[in-house]
Design a protein around this ligand. Structure first.
Ligand code: C2G
Length: 130
């Protein structure tokens, strides 16, 4: 069985998130998703997510293409997560291109082009301005 792993905050879940998860799943048989903890999201983006860690996990876990979810506590633990889940492929969006190439010792590393014209930040801005 070919296992794929990917990571993200998946806050204010949108079509760009669905598309990368579906594309990730198409590379193998079993898709594992590390959902960033609220604390990790704050460290990465300097703000609290709109949806709590628990709600973001619930949404991602409900998708047909997702087989397993867990909380990503730290960017530094990515190697441990890949090894523990015995992932064959790491998928990330190309906003992270090159950043995880060193994990190619552990598994294949693939970056997918981000879906254009949709982002959590833009959705938050549109909702705020209304
Ligand atoms: N994404 C995408 N197209 C968009 C928006 C996002 O393909 N229009 C992808 C991102 O490239 C990422 C995934 O969806 O691979 C999740 O996006 P975010 O929630 O923004 O993830 P991020 O906060 O960058 O967390 O360990 C790495 C991180 O946890 C990634």
């Amino acid at each position: 069985m070919k296992k794929i792993i990917t990571f993200g905050t998946f806050d204010v879940f949108h079509a760009g998130h669905v598309k990368i998860l579906q594309r990730a799943k198409s590379l193998g048989d079993y898709l594992i998703v590390g959902v960033s903890s609220d604390a990790l999201n704050f460290a990465k983006k300097g703000r609290n997510p709109v949806y709590s860690e628990q709600d973001r996990m619930t949404i991602v876990a409900a998708l047909a293409c997702v087989d397993e979810v867990f909380v990503e506590e730290s960017l530094e633990l990515k190697g441990e997560y890949i090894a523990n889940y015995q992932a064959d492929v790491l998928v990330m969006g190309d906003d992270w291109a090159g950043k995880f190439d060193h994990f190619s010792e552990l598994c294949e590393v693939t970056y997918f082009t981000r879906t254009p014209s949709v982002s959590t930040t833009e959705i938050i801005e549109v909702v705020r301005s209304d």
